[in-house]
Design a protein around this ligand. Sequence first.
Ligand SMILES: [Ca+2]
Ligand SMILES: [Ca+2]
Ligand SMILES: [Ca+2]
Ligand SMILES: [Ca+2]
Length: 588
Amino acid sequence: MKSKRYSLAFILVGLFTVLGTLPASAQIQVDSANPTAAPQGTINLDVTISGNGFKKGAKAQWFVTGTTNPGGVTVNSTTFKGSNQLTANISVAADAVIAGFDILVINTDGRTGKGTDKFSVTAKGTPVGCRTSGTPDGFTLVTQLNPVQPNGAALITTLRLGNSIRVRPLDLNRDGVVDTLVAFVTSGSSSGSTPGTYVFFLNPATGQMQGTNPVTGAAWQNPLLVLSGVRATQAAAGDVNGDGISDFAMSIPSDVAYLFVGSVTGAPSYNPSYTAYQVLPPAGAPSSWGAGVTIGDLDGDGKDEIVIGAFPGKKDTSIPAVFIFKYTGSAVIYTQKIQDPTGSQASSFGGGLYGGGVAVGNIDGNPGNELVVGAKYANTNGLVYVFSYPASQSNYFTLSGPGPNFGEGLGIADVNVDGSPDLVVITGDQFSGSDTTARALIFAGNVHPGATYTNQLLPATGLAYSWAAPNSDVGDMLAVGAIAVGTPNASDGSSCSSIGGGVGAVHLFTSPFAASQYPSYVFEPPSLAGSSQFSFGYGVAVVPGYPFLLVGAHICKTWAQHRRRGRCTSTRRTREPKWLRWRERTWT
Ligand SMILES: [Ca+2]
Ligand SMILES: [Ca+2]
Ligand SMILES: [Ca+2]
Ligand SMILES: [Ca+2]
């Protein structure tokens, strides 16, 4: 009995203490605001405040989160709608603080309630109700590589620059020191202006564009247009002639594939250039050419092969397959086909419409690289085929895993930094409403038949939509392994539904990885001002060995132009496709 009384008394004392510090605070609750954000310069916006305990005569106030600073938000009036709802009419000063805001509600009896961080003031030009979490702590935005010029036009006006990106270091004068980071960037819309394929040369220390050749200091072309007129949404990097200069490939499902072979002139100029070769389907190949693309050494001769996926089109009786090509020094020649071992005509073996389901690397620990191909099947989970070195049609084992699209995207890199390459498998229903199946699954090397995934990487809550459609990348950022997945059509909640194609996000996972975890970092656009479309994360790339993340975004038109003319289909008014790049700040 005694101890029970003591315990009860203690609770009562505790309760009084809390009430004494925050008088009457529990009486009013502020749950949410709608819209949740407004740009600088907004006048007379009605904001619905939902909560509990509101009374007639209640007044709302806005304060920069965690402060008593109104921050430039004026509440013109507060209208009582009921004990659960108020309408506040607010104006946001042109120079209001861009930040999260608390909403405080005060009843006439002096009782108050506060909703912490329930509203945001965004940059001028952002649609009302739309906000972005921007760049995560630990990273800073280095630069935008296709910036808006003083005349309001982008530097490069091809639509959708940054559809896919791969980056590799380059030692121009072969003295053992990396001089530049070569960023290969594809572009193009299904309609509109002429696409261009570019390489950008970036300073390995700062990530900034290099205005002059870093070896000679002479003027050079940067960015370099390496092909005009071809749209692509997939990219791969490798070295097809073993000269130490990275080469790139690109494709777009159901269309074309290209190889770009790099070379550098000798002393004294050290100028890089790229020669484009179209990779044509051999006779009898499935008609939807270019579903997947990768580059890797499949025969151990130090020169990478080019692998292209294809699936049959309408009235096409061929079987989905990957096709292996070699670069001879002057041409690209077809050498080998490996088709879906089940013979299914309907599988997406080698990459479906959103590509990416093919990779090359040594994941089984035995000498030589494996060819790894994902395949989605109707009414059953997908499979990942591992064709052991040297790749042949009959010598393979399969991996299985959860999700309807297991194998829709693949990557190979030593992401857990233990010295053995690991396989990363993208799975999930890319475009279903709930996206509860979206994952990136790590199969830690060495990968054996019957292996199960060792880590599952989950999308950030609410941002799973369009998971890895179409791009993800794996590699390392300095000393940590990294997996970056784009969700270009994702939006936080429904408040940004007016943004054509979604706001978009990039989910970055860095080692060490938990058995199951959410992203280490989530990137969203630095600003939502001035555009009707973002698709942030359509293209994404890590830079092996460097602390940079590159993100492609489809920025298009001004918001006013969007209202006048509809979505991003006009070529003339398109303003600023661009891509963005971050430098990790803390890992040095
Ligand atoms: Ca090369
Ligand atoms: Ca080879
Ligand atoms: Ca092997
Ligand atoms: Ca590993």
